[in-house]
Ligand binder design. Structure first.
Ligand code: UDX
Length: 447
């Protein structure tokens, strides 16, 4: 009999995981505690912008014409427990208010609500990003609270999906990591992931702490790579070098690799910033804080970039105050192909300039609604051209394809000043300069 799968928490990770499991052929029941989310998902709608996800949902959600009917949603933990052989916990673990540590309350609550209903053998699989040591504790609590006792087993299976590529990363992961304590748990997870493993995804089997650490270590490494190249950008700025050329030349060394060496205003989003902070906090609790003090520097290099962008804009406008200056901001999301504005460097820069008296107008292809909720006092334009109309300076802060395809000549007609600052090193300086613009970028010579 094919395994039946449940997915607890239907945010970014959970909604994608549930749809992907249905795509792999399993019967899936998704659970969330927010009624509005469940109602949307039942209609085949996704509460966020993620390329391909809505199509995948509509292909499988029961009740939608032509769907496989393999994917259903509920708010009832008893139904989930009765239905599933394997329960994936996909709730989020945000940064705690006012501290670096990770807020485990959603994970704890998911386990507490599920466990009392587990009367038959089941494998509960944690996918949320948690501080190392959590799985050990949760396994103990699960066995104690579940009527099935030790037959309610835990495994840990971190998720590496990137926003904007969530569907692809879930169906074709570059690796699958499982922390297990029994051959039985490994066997079940091999069954769940038989599809991607058959297509070549490596399957790494390890213990609980290692599986938890893989996720935070991977995100710390990525953050380090970005802050490294941003530190080089600072040196290039001081020395008159070109960080884009530098990154290109470094990238040809395949031990270094060219990915994640894009200098600019740095990383943001719901993962990298909070994950490195939670990792530092956890290392401190374990008495290993010295091992991770470098992450503090990674964090501050990253945060410094935002301020540097503001200063670059101030300087480009002649120094002094932003009062009375019109600033067009292209991009609000923390990265392209997403509507996510959590800890977005672009919005942070826009907000700082606005707070210093600049008249900031923002345009983003998908992030306008979320940006408007977070920063209602900024002005928003319907199109890039409208945002640029009358601007004294244009800031390119999220590297959407739409912005690379803009015609600098057309924008030049409406801007009051042909001055563009590229905070992502993603536009082609020659094209902009040819159209009469002054183009400046972070870590690059200005001529
Ligand atoms: C990240 C990890 O990549 C993913 O594996 C994990 O599961 C979740 O966290 P995500 O948050 O979607 O994914 O974003 P990512 O693509 O990693 O980008 C993070 C930030 O770094 C963005 O703000 C992006 O603009 C920035 N970035 C990325 C750079 O500034 N320079 C780069 O070279 C690459």
């Amino acid at each position: 009999m094919a395994l039946k799968i449940t997915v607890i928490g239907t945010g970014y990770l959970g909604a994608t995981h549930a749809a992907a499991m249905a795509e792999l052929g399993f019967e899936v029941l998704g659970l969330d505690v927010v009624p509005e989310k469940i109602e949307m998902l039942q209609r085949g709608e996704v509460p966020m912008y993620e390329p391909g996800l809505e199509e995948l949902l509509r292909k499988h959600v029961a009740g939608i014409e032509g769907s496989s009917g393999r994917l259903r949603f509920t708010m009832d933990f008893a139904e989930v427990a009765a239905f599933g052989d394997v329960h994936f916990v996909c709730v989020n673990t945000p940064q705690k208010h006012g501290e670096y540590a990770c807020d485990m309350s959603y994970v704890d609550s998911a386990f507490a609500q599920l466990a009392p209903h587990l009367t038959k053998p089941a494998l509960v699989v944690g996918k949320s990003t948690v501080p190392v040591g959590s799985a050990e504790r949760l396994a103990r609590e699960l066995a104690a609270a579940a009527p099935a006792g030790v037959e309610a087993e835990l495994a840990w299976n971190p998720e590496f999906l990137r926003e904007g590529f969530a569907v692809k990363d879930t169906l074709h992961p570059d690796r699958i990591v499982v922390g297990v304590r029994s051959a039985h748990a490994e066997k079940l997870l091999r069954e769940v992931y038989a599809g991607p493993v058959g297509e070549g995804s490596p399957f790494v089997v390890t213990d609980f702490p290692t599986s938890e650490l893989v996720k935070t270590a991977a995100n710390s490494f990525l953050a380090t790579k970005i802050s490294f190249i941003n530190a080089m950008a600072e040196v290039c700025e001081a020395a008159g070098g070109d960080v884009v050329k530098l990154a290109e030349a470094l990238g040809y060394d395949d031990r270094i690799g060219k990915k994640f060496l894009r200098a600019g205003i740095g990383f943001g989003g719901g993962c990298l910033p909070k994950d490195i902070r939670a990792f530092m906090a956890r290392a401190g609790e374990l008495g290993a804080d010295q091992a991770l003090t470098f992450l503090r520097e990674i964090d501050s290099i990253n945060m410094r970039r935002r301020g540097q962008m503001v200063e670059m804009a101030r300087e480009a406008l002649g120094g002094g105050s932003f009062l009375g200056k019109r600033v067009a901001v292209l991009g609000a999301t923390f990265k392209p192909d997403s509507d996510d504005v959590r800890d977005s460097p672009a919005l942070n820069v826009a907000g700082q300039i606005h707070l210093q008296g600049g008249q900031v107008t923002v345009y983003d292809p998908k992030g306008m609604a979320n940006a408007g909720r977070l920063f209602p006092t900024l002005a928003y334009a319907e199109t890039a051209v409208d945002a640029v109309r009358g601007a004294d300076v244009v800031l390119h802060l999220t590297e959407w394809r739409e912005f690379r395809e803009l015609d600098p000549a057309v924008l030049g007609e409406v801007a009051s000043n042909r001055l563009i600052l590229d905070g992502r090193n993603a536009l082609d300086p020659t094209v902009w300069r040819a159209a009469g613009w002054t183009y400046r970028a972070m870590g690059r010579p200005s001529a």
